[in-house]
Design a protein. Structure first.
Length: 92
């Protein structure tokens, strides 16, 4: 994984997580999903949390790059998730 791929993975995971957790989305899709899930379940609370969503989205972003072994994949997915936390704390 190059530095550019890592940086793009971080930005992509952050953008999608922020969009789902905070924004209404097209046709109010995201706000409707958050309302439907409610706040009483772990899913509902997770849909409203940028950091929670970014953790799961980091795994998806890391899948877009080939790795030599599973250990590299896990390490990079966790690194993307950690970098998203830093970006979120700096911006928010």
């Amino acid at each position: 994984m190059t530095a550019l791929q890592f940086f793009l993975g971080v930005l992509a995971a952050y953008r999608v997580a922020r969009m789902i957790a905070i924004e209404d989305g097209p046709f109010d899709l995201f706000s409707t999903a958050r309302d439907w899930a409610g706040q009483k379940s772990w899913l509902g609370r997770g849909l409203g949390c940028v950091l929670c969503l970014s953790f799961w989205l980091a795994w998806a972003a890391a899948l877009l790059t080939p790795y030599a072994n599973a250990g590299e994949y896990v390490l990079h997915a966790l690194a993307i998730a950690g970098a998203v936390v830093i970006v979120h704390k700096v911006i928010a």
